[in-house]
Write a protein that binds this ligand. Sequence first.
Ligand code: FAD
Ligand code: DLZ
Ligand code: SF4
Length: 509
Amino acid sequence: MTGCLVLILGDQLTPSLSSLTAARKASDRILMAEVAAEATYVRHHKKKIAFVFSAMRHFAEELRGDGWTVDYVRYDDPDNTGSLGDEVARFARRHDAARVVVTEPGEWRLLREMEAWSEGLGRPVEILPDTRFLASREDFAAWAEGRKQLRMEYFYRDMRRRTGLLMDGDQPAGGKWNYDAENRKPASSDLFMPQPLETAPDRVTRGVLNLVAQDFGDHFGDLEPFWFAVTREQAEAAFDRFVGEALPRFGDFQDAMLRGEKFLYHSVVSLYINAGLLDPLAVCRKVEQAYRDGDVPLNAAEGFIRQIIGWREYVRGIYWLKMPGYAESNFFGADRPLPDFYWSGKTEMTCLAAAIGQTKEEAYAHHIQRLMITGNFAMLAGVDPHEVHEWYLAVYADAYEWVEMPNTLGMSQFADGGLLGSKPYAAGGNYISRMSDYCEECRFDVKRKTGKDACPFNYLYWDFLARNREKLDGNPRLGPVYRTWDRMAEDKQAAYRESAASFLAELSS
Ligand code: FAD
Ligand code: DLZ
Ligand code: SF4
């Protein structure tokens, strides 16, 4: 064969992918492989593996229908070597491919592996940029160059100008760049609650579900009911349902949490965008159109678009700018093992039980649950940020390191010392009580500050601040908080710290 072998990864399911656009149907072959190395480098949630494998199988069929020659290696193929590098070697040799072409992966570990492939293969491996992002790695590095602080807000404004999204001439629609202040309303359970579109598993997905049940039965999470979209058309239908039913209230209730309502007004599309089934710019254009048509308010449209062209692009930029060192970040030197209840959901703290419980069921929790419940607790309790990172990478269907790691180590654990956020997202029970109904059915009392029945978030919050004072004292945004602590009577301070010490001792045992 004189052509190329084009490797397509499980999160590269996009017809306009750079490796596909560079390839020729007549002479090149596509390789896709379900491999143990990718399915187990962390113990991914069962639903995540099922989603990736089923979406891969459907995409391979789409490519074949479009005239491509595709070699597809199933997980249970007896000849499957179990790693992408070995599968590439097997097929490159079998077809005597002139070279291997691949779009860069979303994880640093895999990029390093790929860079070493060519030597063993004895043929060139061409790694192309991933053009599915608005800002290339170089664009982000140029933006970051010379800046003292890398604040998302300024990056986001550049992305608005560049895309023209929600711009009226050179001014932001409505006169403001950011409507976040309007997006912090608590929800109440009697509101009409939209649900994400559920896709019934077809024959291909059923086959994958059987495989995952058999080979990944000991991984975290419930496999069924499985309702994720696994093709572009299905994902688009799910997104259209969101725009029609949930988007109008997305902004208002973006930070709210309710018992029994796993999705509220969120889109539940991150897994589709990250796997390549939905195009990030196209979904933003649809949302802008809904605003221009008068179907959704500006705070909803802006809030949604900011998450995608702002946060999503920004965290990817940070990841590639700071890796590999970023993975080692541990600003507070935290070393507590991740509590077992992160895997079982068995805890008397209702907020954590709810967030972890739905994570187990759906491989999904929305942003504030990830940030202010599971993330906040781990940081306050001093859990090793690398254990926290591995947990997030494993349990969510949308998790790939480029997006998960900066969100976890940077935004939620402040392990990068403030590169990504200007202060730690630390909060006591009062915040959770204001934004949710969790505390109404909790064995702990959110109003109590110390003692056995007090909400653990209350004393852990002060203990965290006191324990890490040396590291945080210079942070201007924490000045008022430390002044409050300093004004507290000594016995009250001691009570906070004692309650925290006995809670943490019990947690460790
Ligand atoms: P919506 O609330 O409907 O938001 C719309 C879209 O905006 C999302 O689909 C997503 O594409 C994008 N988005 C929103 N917030 C972020 C963000 N902070 N970073 C990047 N994109 C964002 N997101 C992932 O895609 N993968 C992860 O592995 C991941 N890990 C996270 C870990 C932690 C500790 C935290 C705090 C956040 C993490 N996020 C991650 C960001 C965010 O929580 C999810 O993108 C969001 O909850 C997905 O649900 P949704 O599709 O309903 O989003
Ligand atoms: C997440 C995942 C899983 C579970 N399995 C595979 C697989 O078998 N084959 C594959 O090509 N990709 C898989 N993926 C996605 C990769 O892990 C992902 O491409 C890298 O982590 C880079 O983002
Ligand atoms: Fe969570 Fe505290 Fe509220 Fe219980 S009282 S749900 S532990 S915030």
